[in-house]
Design a protein around this ligand. Structure first.
Ligand code: HEM
Length: 472
């Protein structure tokens, strides 16, 4: 017996070693991740502290610091606390209602019958209305919003305020469309009366963020839809097959990641601008070169996700895009005319506004569209970079040396944005050409389009081609 034990003892020891090895490997790799997360957060905090410390010396730094503090709840991308158990009690019910209704929104295959769809939209809305009426205490909600308006962020912390913005915006879009995929009968509506419980808070939120539109925007519905642990909060395709839910999340995450990778770029834009103003062109060059280098991973986060493998073309138009549209309006009291509002679009993304401003390009969006759909402090950043843009002041051909190198870097940045814009054009068309028989041609950002898909795409293409030709 002893002999047998002697012969076989290496087996349990070997097994133990393997198990221990695997455990250590797992712990080490966890450690690396934890350490990596820690390092990333640390690096981000350093950038934010530096931006704050520059606020007194330059307008671009002041505007960026203000954005991070007020809209970002101290960070960027903006922090949103989606753990509603920590929200002030009167607000929790909004998220609870959303979560109860979310599974009723989507269908794998929509009906093509207008009467059935009308009934489905009406039922969803009346159920939503009833739940809000029964459970929301508007007086207490108003008190909280008043407190925040008066700067009482101890009562209503900024990261909760951000999450609440996303909650109300998502609820408004759920009420607006009432079913996913969105259907013709809802698209043809011109006015939708929102319940007071979704309208009143919206007025406060509009005022705080500085957006006039009754619809949500890229910030309220997508950027703020990720919690501090990276969780995706207000989903629209609850209970649908994986290909749909993962496409929805991958799409939303692109916008979050663009801002995540955008922060170091904003930081370098500020520093490049300051160093140029100080006449330190060598330091300025270093920062412009860093922008060029950091654009590669940032744009890759778009190229690597905006394709059929990550966001299925067969589901995007019907199950993702429609919900983010708006396409209804109201009668304007002064002109007595119907004013229509559009919904979300990539054209509201801060990074592109900031880059365009830094390069001295005119904004893509009209002032009216910016005021409707881009938060005021984000608009201010694009404007500040444009005001202090020094690109046209460096002329390498005449002066040589550092100026020439700065100019080269600027040309490289422009080249990379042009590549993005032409890739975006091709990809956008591929997604927009998918069949969606339940609805009329529409984009979230431009609402109802031409009667046929082909005409609609030609109409949209004009915007993208024009922007490409302006990117010089
Ligand atoms: C399948 C997904 C997408 C489609 C079909 C699409 C479609 C379009 C269309 C048709 C336009 C021009 C019309 C308009 O301004 O409304 C546009 C503009 C724009 N989109 Fe997208 N888009 C998609 C995703 C994205 C993403 C993920 C981003 C950025 C992360 C983005 C960024 C932009 C920008 C910045 C503009 C303004 C024009 C420009 O600066 O080039 N889009 N998009």
């Amino acid at each position: 017996m002893e002999n047998i034990a002697l012969i076989f003892w290496p087996i349990p020891v070997g097994l133990l070693t393997i198990v221990l090895g695997l455990f250590l490997l797992r712990e080490t790799s966890r450690g690396i991740t934890r350490d990596g997360d820690y390092k990333e957060k640390h690096a981000k905090n350093i950038l934010i502290e530096e931006i704050k410390s520059l606020a007194d010396s330059h307008e671009t730094a002041a505007v960026l610091a203000d954005l991070i503090h007020k809209d970002g709840a101290g960070s960027w991308p903006p922090r949103a606390n989606h753990d509603h158990s920590t929200w002030p009690e009167a607000l929790r019910v909004y998220k609870e209602i959303y979560l109860e209704l979310a599974p009723l929104l989507p269908k794998v295959t929509p009906s093509l019958d207008d009467d059935i769809n009308r009934a489905c939209v009406d039922d969803f809305r009346s159920c939503f209305r009833q739940k809000l009426r029964d459970r929301v205490d508007l007086v207490r909600v108003r008190d909280l919003l008043e407190a925040a308006g008066a700067g009482r962020w101890d009562v209503f912390p900024r990261d909760t305020y951000n999450a609440f913005y996303c909650c109300i915006a998502s609820s408004r879009h759920a009420y607006r469309w009432a079913t996913i995929p969105v259907v013709k009968v809802a698209q043809l509506e011109t006015v939708v009366d929102m319940p007071a419980e979704l309208d009143e808070p919206w007025t406060y939120l509009q005022r705080h963020y500085g957006c006039d539109s009754p619809s949500g925007n890229n910030t309220s519905n997508l950027l703020l839809n990720f919690g501090t642990d990276g969780e995706h909060a207000f989903k629209i395709n609850t209970g649908m097959p994986e290909s749909i839910t993962s496409s929805e999340e991958a799409f939303a995450r692109i916008f979050y990641n663009v801002e995540l990778l955008g922060l170091p770029i904003y930081h370098d834009m500020v520093l490049a601008t300051i160093r140029f103003a100080q006449g330190d062109k060598v330091a300025c060059l270093k920062h412009v070169a860093r922008i060029t280098a950091q654009l590669r991973p940032l744009l890759n986060s778009y190229y690597d996700h905006m394709h059929d493998g990550k966001i299925a073309r067969s589901v995007w138009l019907s199950h993702v895009q429609g919900f983010f549209a708006w396409g209804v309006g109201h009668i304007d009291k002064t002109s007595n005319e119907w004013v229509k509002f559009d919904g979300l679009s990539g054209n509201q993304v801060l990074l592109f506004h900031a880059l365009d401003g830094f390069l001295g390009l005119e904004p893509y969006l009209s002032p009216r569209d910016q005021e409707r759909n881009v938060p005021a402090r984000q608009r201010a950043l694009g404007k500040a970079f444009k005001k202090h843009s020094f690109r046209r002041m460096v002329s390498g051909v005449l002066q040589g040396g550092t100026d020439a190198k700065i100019e080269e870097e600027f040309s490289e940045i422009v080249k990379r944005i042009r590549v993005f814009r032409s890739a975006h054009r091709t990809r956008a068309k591929a997604y927009l050409s998918q069949p969606a028989p339940e609805r009329l041609p529409m984009t979230a950002g431009k609402s109802l389009l031409e009667p046929s898909t082909g005409e609609s795409i030609r109409f949209l293409d004009r915007f993208m081609v024009r922007r490409l030709s302006q990117t010089v």
